[in-house]
Ligand binder design. Structure first.
Ligand SMILES: Cc1ncc(COP(=O)(O)O)c(C=O)c1O
Length: 388
């Protein structure tokens, strides 16, 4: 009996988790590890959100919910966008899912056909590539310039008749770079002219610095003619383990995704959805507090990287990643990441995971205290120059 389907050939192990496993092994041997590999906030979930989840449990709200999500949460999502001047109909344009990952996967399944080409503005989060391959389509990288700056010509050049979708992610994982309103307008015009769908992953939209305001793709495509927005609570409300995400799109797409949800996960976890209502409707001060802290960490990690010989690190406008370039070291990102981990205990993710062109980069995720950042960077500052 062969237990492994052909689909599994298209689903590799996560490079981030490979590094994490190696780090855990070293940790169990007593080595001090600095965890810069995993992309999850280090802050606790805000108390009011936790209490709302517990209250829902106590009230016995533990049954299946409508596949699309509880009406209170659909309305809260509508209200959140209204507060930003964006009009959507929560009951028609939204589906709540167990994490943004599931929203993405349902979105890909419901819109992409086998054999399609799907453009990925890269460097790109590896999950997109795996999901696109899983639905039997082909991911095609469209490389950006430094710090996720849109290369208009490269994008226009990549569009062909077999392209059915483009995936964008702003603020971006792994660079922390952002797309501007003008970039999004251009992308919308191209999508209209060449008839493709735009998956806009906006999960880091609240984590922005230096006064930057992230435009949503919904602002340039308010009727969602070509857009499916992916969002969720994991990053803004430090709720990674709760698994709560959502998608916003036209009625046809959302009802297709609802059919997938009905036949797979049924719904997002009932009491978690009530916590999500509180996250969106309750006190928002925790976001500002997190952003303030991330901002200080971003400044520190960028400054410290740029002090190391041969390293070039752009200061990103959003998310909680930096993606420094180690091209002067002349080794592959996988070799360099493993070497750094073994010699210094600093764990990061090889750039190759984010696209073939990024093998001279490493991704460092900075939901780590300032003290750990300083200690980890001091280890790197000691070790790295020995390699040049
Ligand atoms: C760009 C991007 N989108 C989506 C997600 C996943 O979000 P969720 O935890 O809601 O599935 C991540 C998580 O790392 C991410 O980096």
């Amino acid at each position: 009996m062969d237990w492994t389907s052909h689909t599994m050939e298209r689903i590799p192990e996560s490079d981030t988790l490979k590094m994490f496993d190696l780090a855990k092994r070293l940790e169990s041997e007593g080595k001090k590890i600095y965890h810069f590999e995993v992309g999850q906030p280090d802050f606790p979930t805000p108390k009011n959100v936790v209490i709302a989840g517990i209250d829902a449990l106590k009230k016995g709200l533990t049954k299946y919910t409508p596949a699309r999500g509880i009406p209170q949460l659909l309305d809260a999502i509508q209200g959140y966008y209204k507060s930003r001047g964006i009009t959507i109909n929560g009951r028609k344009n939204v589906i709540v899912t167990p994490g943004a990952k599931m929203a993405l996967f349902q979105g890909f399944l419901s819109t992409i056909d086998a054999g399609d080409d799907v453009l990925l503005l890269s460097p790109a989060w590896p999950t997109y590539r795996v999901m696109i391959r899983t639905v039997n389509a082909k991911p095609v990288d469209v490389c950006t310039e430094s710090n996720y700056t849109l290369d208009e010509e490269a994008l226009k050049h990549a569009i062909s008749r077999t392209v059915s979708a483009l995936v964008i992610n702003t603020p971006n994982n792994p660079t922390g770079g952002v797309l501007t309103k003008e970039n999004l307008r251009l992308i919308y015009d191209l999508a209209m002219d060449h008839d493709f769908v735009v998956f806009s992953d906006e999960i880091y939209e609240t984590l922005v610095y230096d006064g930057f305001k992230q435009t949503s793709m919904l602002e340039v495509d308010p009727t969602m003619e070509r857009t499916l927005v992916i969002n969720g609570m994991s990053k803004s409300y430090s709720m990674t383990g709760w698994r709560l995400g959502y998608a916003i799109g036209n009625e046809e797409t959302i009802s297709n995704m609802t059919r997938i949800q009905q036949n797979t996960t049924s719904c997002a976890t009932s009491f978690v959805q009530y916590a999500g209502v509180e996250a969106l409707n309750g006190d928002q001060s925790s976001i500002a507090a997190m952003v303030k802290e991330y901002h200080a960490r971003r400044d520190e990690i960028t400054r410290l990287f740029n002090e190391i010989e041969g390293v070039s690190c752009v200061s990103p406008m959003g998310a909680f990643y930096v993606f420094p370039d180690f091209v002067k070291y002349g080794v592959s990102s996988t070799t360099l990441a493993e070497l750094i981990l073994k010699k210094t205990g600093v764990c990061c993710t090889p750039g190759l995971a984010f696209g073939a062109k990024y093998d001279s980069h490493l991704r460092f995720s900075y939901p780590v205290s300032l003290a750990e950042i300083r200690e980890g960077m001091a280890k790197l500052a000691q070790f790295l120059p020995t390699l040049i």
